[in-house]
Design a protein around this ligand. Structure first.
Ligand SMILES: Nc1ncnc2c1ncn2[C@@H]1O[C@H](COP(=O)(O)OP(=O)(O)O)[C@@H](O)[C@H]1O
Ligand SMILES: Nc1ccn([C@@H]2O[C@H](COP(=O)(O)O)[C@@H](O)[C@H]2O)c(=O)n1
Length: 554
């Protein structure tokens, strides 16, 4: 194939490889993650499926079922997806699969601003290579690489003809759609969703599809004129200029443009001498003055990369990334929030808890008594939705003043896998309910929750949502799920979090970050242990319910 090279946004998540207990990931050493909402199938709703899928299937199947675990092609040293809508899964010649997205908000549930690094330098100076080296050494989850090339303007017919004979100046600032670029970068910095154009160097045009992208912990923005616009400069937290000898740049460019961008020797030289070289002198080299760091020799300059990485780590530390740990150590001895709705601890409720908490309870009994409790929790949750007064006539011809739920648009969203055990109850009590699923797993290396899979009704913002998880410890996973719902425009006050058992700390964390979310549970436990299990607790609810081997000691 003539390398129809598209430079596009890339998503990196190198840290989560160790965490994954799903999929055949023995060869996973570095993972890339694509926008969870757009890429992992947020648009479709699965019909109400009151299933209790066995644990392993439940964990493995979402990615496989969605058919998104696909290979990519590697062009030159670039990583490109065969189809831009697929996940990017190859880097450094190692096969990788989609991974989870770590928290993108702080303990208060607010978005944390990403750290934005701008990399500037002449064409083929090694900007992309430096960016990739930084990402490799950073070992930080959720890093995004965005190229300025995505923002080349769409050419008119005349300009396109000029481009084909190497007479269009792609190195002039006017060649870029700065307005769009500013809009995208600003939104990304705010953690908002953006559509980024995908550029094709062979056709000199944009691909028909765009790439959906959300904010990240670190965004690297690279391009020949990244320091040209004063507005863009203001968005950059760190500015790096890659300074490589012009002869080396020309040699690399010749090789690359001929092998990857469908050019010939004569054309590359003509474009270089008439436009690339003068533009470098006029517009690119002068912006070196804005740089915080100048990196001679590009990607091979290990000392410079090391210093950059150290600085980024310090900055990330300041932004606060240890969410679960922070949550676990907050809110000690605080009064319980008003948003908490605890089932009255009647002897019956206590009796059910006694069964499910006892370590000797058989699996059959555990399921039976859990289901009874779950049903009570769900009924209680439903009672918190708004009701209106209504009058009906009884068979005796007498009027009865009753209540009806104001809206029948209810959606149950389970946090997989334990939350899935609550779907049956919600389907039993709500006719025509929609069901969504969110798979969040803990990264065993970082201890943080990570978002792996998402399936929500397209119009979820119009629904009242019962978010279900069997147990809540620090509240980190529930917070992530709530954040996802908010990002899908579900009003906070329309969310009820329903859980069998919660740790007090988890209730505080959720209530502090999302005070309008109602929290319903059948029991509150006072503590969590160092592994973030609720104490006294029920053990690992998923393992006991699905009969799987304990995934960890608790
Ligand atoms: N230090 C290096 N030694 C040899 N080749 C390099 C080096 N850095 C980059 N290259 C090659 O030069 C070309 C341009 O590098 P790239 O990082 O894509 O530059 P830019 O993003 O500035 O255009 C690529 O083909 C890349 O493999
Ligand atoms: N249709 C196009 C668009 C851009 N170019 C050249 O690409 C260079 C920027 O990309 P780098 O990866 O080298 O930074 C720039 O110098 C343009 O001349 C092109 O040839 N055709």
């Amino acid at each position: 194939m003539c390398a129809a090279q598209t430079k596009q946004i890339k998503f990196y998540n190198p840290s989560s490889s160790a965490s994954s207990d799903s999929d055949d990931r023995s060869d996973v050493t570095e993972q890339l993650y694509v926008d969870p909402y757009a890429e992992l199938g947020s648009s479709n709703c699965c019909p109400a499926s009151p299933t209790t899928v066995p644990a392993k299937a439940s964990l493995e199947s979402p990615l496989k079922r969605s058919g998104r675990r696909q290979r990519t092609t590697s062009i030159g040293n670039q990583t490109t997806t065969a189809n831009p809508s697929e996940c990017i899964i190859r880097a450094n010649n190692r096969t990788i699969y989609t991974a989870g997205r770590p928290p993108w908000y702080n303990c208060a549930g607010q978005q944390v601003e990403p750290f934005v690094i701008g990399i500037c330098g002449g064409s083929a100076s090694g900007k992309t290579t430096v960016a990739e080296k930084i990402i490799e050494s950073l070992d930080v989850p959720w890093v995004t690489l965005l190229s300025m090339d995505c923002f080349y303007k769409i050419l008119n017919e005349k300009q396109h003809e000029q481009a084909l004979i190497n007479e269009y100046n792609f190195d002039h600032p006017d060649a870029f759609d700065i307005e769009l670029l500013l809009d995208v970068l600003t939104k990304l910095k705010e953690g908002r969703k953006v559509e980024v154009p995908v550029y094709n160097f062979v056709t000199h045009g944009r691909e028909s599809q765009t790439k959906t992208m959300y904010g990240a912990n670190v965004i690297i923005f690279e391009g020949i004129l990244t320091f040209h616009s004063p507005e863009v400069l203001k968005l950059l937290d760190m500015k790096i200029f890659v300074d490589t000898d012009p002869d080396i740049r020309l040699a690399r460019r010749l090789k690359r443009d001929i092998s990857q961008r469908g050019r010939d020797l004569k054309g590359v030289l003509k474009q270089y001498l008439n436009m690339v070289k003068p533009s470098y002198a006029n517009y690119i080299a002068p912006t070196m003055a804005h740089a915080d760091i100048i990196v001679p020799r590009g990607g091979e300059n290990k000392v410079a990369i090391h210093l950059i990485v150290q600085h980024v780590h310090t900055q990330l530390q300041l932004r606060g990334f240890k969410l679960r740990e922070t949550l676990a150590n907050s809110y000690k001895d605080q009064p319980m929030p008003h948003s908490l709705h605890l089932l009255h601890p009647t002897p019956q409720i206590k009796g059910l808890h006694t069964f499910i908490r006892c370590r000797n309870t058989s699996r059959d009994e555990f399921i039976f008594y859990s289901k009874r409790l779950i049903r009570l929790v769900i009924e209680y949750a439903l009672s918190l939705f708004p009701f209106k007064t209504t009058t009906v006539e009884t068979p005796q011809g007498v009027l009865y003043e009753g209540k009806r739920m104001e809206s029948r648009k209810i959606c149950g969203v389970s946090i997989l896998r334990a939350g899935e055990t609550m779907e049956q109850a919600v389907c039993d009590v709500c006719k025509d309910i929609r069901i969504g699923k969110i798979l969040i797993q803990t990264n065993l290396k970082t201890g943080e929750p990570e978002l792996y899979y998402l399936r929500l009704p397209k119009d979820i913002k119009d629904y009242k949502v019962i978010l279900m998880d069997a147990t809540v410890a620090t509240g980190a996973a529930a917070m992530m799920a709530i954040r996802v719902l908010l990002d899908h425009d579900v009003p906070e006050e329309n969310i009820i979090l329903a859980s069998l058992l919660m740790a007090e700390i988890g209730v505080h964390s959720i209530a502090y970050a999302f005070p309008k979310v109602k929290i319903v549970t059948s029991a509150l436990d006072p503590e969590i242990n160092s592994k973030f299990y609720v104490i006294p607790g029920i053990g690992n609810f998923g393992d006991r319910y699905f009969g799987t081997e304990p995934s960890d000691d608790y």
